[in-house]
Design a protein around this ligand. Structure first.
Ligand code: AMP
Ligand code: MG
Length: 355
């Protein structure tokens, strides 16, 4: 299959390109598209064959549900069997934007889209090109992130092309994703709302809007044996090819341990370091990258997946990362970093000192 690349400038949207992309979806094809979080891999959410094709293109297990993207708040009623008051409050407060809500599924949404579940995930992106594309596609676009299963989500068209060229009908190239991490997911299908995936919209913001919100245990505890409520979360995610370990502790101890560990690997394994603006100059390894300043969490979120992909491009074999504060957006950053590392952490105070 030849994958068509459709360039669209979000500030001056070419509606002919959008129409072409919309027609592909209406005819049962797949189109990757930019959003404010990461690139999505879209198909018609109401067409079971389209959803099957999405799983095939990603190499994704078919029990890992897709998010239904809409461009109009009222379309929530069409895909959910019932819309709760809390869902309305969250939609009014955070849509369009990087929040996904889980509600009971309406019969219009096939099980292929929901991974066999009786609930459906719904999001309305704020990205202008995404919204026009969703409208042109008929209003309901099922989309997971546009990466091959297990790899970091793509935050630019370059990485979508790397993973999906030849596997899907078209890619809308709309430049870089602003936020760089997937949407916050909150499950509203039970009695108490549950945060299933942290994101740019923080749990504190959700609580201010709707009161009590629980956090799924599997977000907090990497060793947790419970089955995660968001099925996709049981799979290894966001993983770079290199072996990633997170170093945790007081900042000076972290820098010193990363220097020691990377020195030990010198001449043996190609080594990368995820540093910050504050520490970047202290390291000497094959590939040292600053993810941004510790004072700028939004930049850290924005850069994380790009850095992991760059290490892949450079065939880095071993990666050490500093750790980050896990409040606010930091909860989402650490959640993705921990998954990328397969929860491999070294605490500086547990590590034998030199001798
Ligand atoms: P992705 O955007 O690629 O991370 O994929 C969408 C993710 O949304 C899935 O991996 C699930 O974690 C989550 N999700 C989608 N639908 C549901 C649902 N009905 N219930 C719980 N989680 C869901
Ligand atoms: Mg994904």
């Amino acid at each position: 299959m030849i994958t068509k690349i459709i360039k669209i400038d979000d500030n001056n949207i070419d509606m002919k390109g959008i129409e072409t992309a919309g027609e592909i979806i209406k005819n049962g094809g797949l189109v990757a598209f930019p959003t404010e979080t990461v690139y999505g891999l879209g198909g018609d959410a109401l067409n079971p064959d389209s959803s099957r094709k999405i799983y095939a293109a990603k190499g994704r297990p078919s029990d890992n549900p897709l998010i239904v993207h809409i461009a109009d708040k009222k379309d929530m009623e069409a895909v959910a069997a019932c819309v709760t008051d809390k869902a309305r409050i969250l939609a009014d407060r955070f849509w369009p934007g990087p929040l996904t809500v889980i509600l009971p599924r309406s019969d219009r949404v096939p099980y292929e889209t929901t991974g066999g579940l009786d609930t459906v995930a719904i999001r309305m992106p704020v990205h202008k090109t995404a919204a026009e594309f969703i409208r042109a596609a008929g209003g309901f676009v099922a989309a997971p992130s546009a990466n091959l299963s297990g790899k970091p989500s793509p935050t630019s068209a370059k990485y979508v092309i790397q993973d999906m060229n030849g596997r899907i009908d078209a890619i809308i190239d709309g430049g870089d994703s602003g936020i760089g991490l997937e949407s916050t997911i909150v499950d509203l299908s039970g009695d108490v709302p549950v945060l299933l995936r942290p994101g740019y919209i923080t749990i504190e913001e959700l609580k201010r809007a709707i009161g009590e919100v629980e956090t799924d245990r599997t977000i907090l505890d990497g060793d947790c044996k419970d089955r995660p409520k968001a099925p996709g979360m049981k799979y290894r995610h966001y993983a770079p090819k290199g072996d990633l370990t997170i170093i945790e502790g007081d900042s000076e101890d972290v820098v010193n341990l990363i220097i020691r560990l990377s020195n030990m690997a010198k001449g043996k394994k190609k080594t990368g370091i995820i540093a910050t603006d504050e520490t970047y100059a202290r390291y000497d390894a094959d590939s040292v990258k600053s993810i941004g300043s510790r004072n700028d969490e939004e930049m850290i979120a924005h850069r994380l997946y790009t850095i992991l992909r760059e290490f892949d491009d450079e065939n880095v074999e071993l990666i050490y990362s500093e750790s980050f504060d896990s409040s606010g957006i930091g909860q989402a950053i650490m959640n993705r970093l921990l998954k990328a590392a397969g929860h491999k952490i070294i605490r500086t105070d547990n590590y034998p000192s030199q001798g």
